[in-house]
Design a protein around this ligand. Sequence first.
Ligand SMILES: [Fe+2]
Ligand SMILES: [Fe+2]
Length: 209
Amino acid sequence: MLFKHIFFIVFVFSKNTFFKNPLEEERTIKTTTQENLISAFAGESQAHVRYLYFANIADKEGFPNVARLFKAVAYSEQIHAHKHFMNLKHLNDGFLTVAHAPFGPGNTSKALEHGIMGEEYEISEMYPAFLKIAEFQEEEGAQFTFNWALQSEKEHAKLFKRAKESVDKGNDAPFGPIYVCERCGFTAEGEVPDVCPVCNAPKDEFKEF
Ligand SMILES: [Fe+2]
Ligand SMILES: [Fe+2]
């Protein structure tokens, strides 16, 4: 009987010492940065779906290059959502969240206008504030993902503005291939960069649209 108890104690001790499940490890992120990650995860997830919906509108209205842009940017937002989520894996009981973003039926021009509004909010308010707080709270993982998203959104806003100028004149956007860095979501039109200017990924880590 005594042997049985000793065996059990040794087993539990060994299991907890040597076979720790990384998901069970105590992992915390300071509250405000954690809330910001959750909010950003929701925003990026919703943007991903919203842009796929906008791509359908552009396709139907005869703007295939704008549709391609929306699909590329949707992919970039998916990468951002995924990277934010990776910082939240310790929340094993799940979390509730909502995202607030411009959405609604409309034509391609209106979809681009909504896209520009969303990107500009992220560039001028959301990500700079989230990044500053993550720096102050010394949350390194969140600093990476917030900065990667911020740099990508700047390119998205520029591309949406260029596309809107063409669409408002009745033309498709004059875009060549569009490339998305699969590591950080950085988006480039025309030429694929040799090295990602945001995360240093090599050019073979870019996906072409
Ligand atoms: Fe974006
Ligand atoms: Fe990158």
